[in-house]
Write a protein of this length. Structure first.
Length: 98
């Protein structure tokens, strides 16, 4: 993972196929935001569900168990932002993407 002079946040993308979902997880010290760019789904954080569509912004606070679920018929695309950065590197390694 390359960092380009940004130490206060980490930004990346996620794609989730139809009927797919991320694994439930939490970050001890970091908040996570998503900006949905394509597709429909829901963000679940500590049992609270928020429906999302293109243009939506969703948030999960630090220590909350959260996941992204694709409820639509097309691939869901989103940017994720983690503040402060840190836990994403371990998650990407676990997923085999680093």
């Amino acid at each position: 993972m390359k960092q380009h002079g940004i130490n206060s946040a980490s930004i990346g993308t996620v794609t989730i196929p139809p009927t797919g979902k991320s694994d439930p997880h939490s970050h001890e010290r970091s908040d996570e935001f998503w900006i949905i760019t394509k597709g429909h789904g829901k963000i679940i954080a500590d049992g609270n569900e928020v429906e999302v569509e293109p243009g939506a912004v969703a948030y999960a606070p630090a220590k909350s168990t959260h996941q992204v679920v694709n409820t639509g018929k097309e691939t869901l695309h989103a940017y994720w932002i983690i503040v402060p950065p840190g836990p994403e590197e371990a998650m990407l390694k676990m997923m085999g993407k680093l």
